[in-house]
Design a binder for this molecule. Structure first.
Ligand code: AMP
Length: 116
């Protein structure tokens, strides 16, 4: 945990958030600026700046992130219609919050993955 990271503060309950799920490994909450009817962030509770810092040693956490994302997709009614689970890493991807997070996005047609 870091003291000034906004997502660490959400994990600790020090910043308001629409938290949908939390356990000992991960936290999921609604994105403050949703790009689709469902836009949820699923994050590891332990601080890492980017997914590039995660790997084999984080298998339990990464597996839990996928399981929680699937469960939330089901709850949101988008398991069958489809969704994206994506990570932005670094400047070219437009990462702006430097605590690893997975975006769960769906509830409308999302178009091509990357604008050409
Ligand atoms: P990224 O570009 O992948 O770093 O995306 C960061 C995401 O965090 C953006 O979609 C923001 O809208 C979202 N965000 C930033 N601050 C908050 C917050 N306090 N609560 C919820 N979502 C946030």
């Amino acid at each position: 945990m870091t003291t000034d990271c906004i997502f660490c503060k959400i994990v600790r309950g020090e910043l308001p958030s629409q938290t949908l799920y939390q356990d000992e490994l991960v936290t999921a909450f609604r994105d403050i600026h949703p790009v689709a009817p469902t836009h949820i962030l699923v994050i590891p509770n332990a601080h890492s700046s980017s997914v590039t810092e995660m790997g084999d040693a984080d298998g339990d956490t990464l597996g839990r992130i996928v399981a929680v994302a699937n469960q939330l997709a089901k709850q949101e009614g988008i398991l069958e219609s489809g969704f994206r689970l994506l990570v932005n890493a670094g400047p070219d991807a437009g990462q702006v919050v430097f605590h690893t997070h997975f975006h769960l996005i769906g509830g409308r047609g999302l178009g091509p993955m990357i604008a050409r």
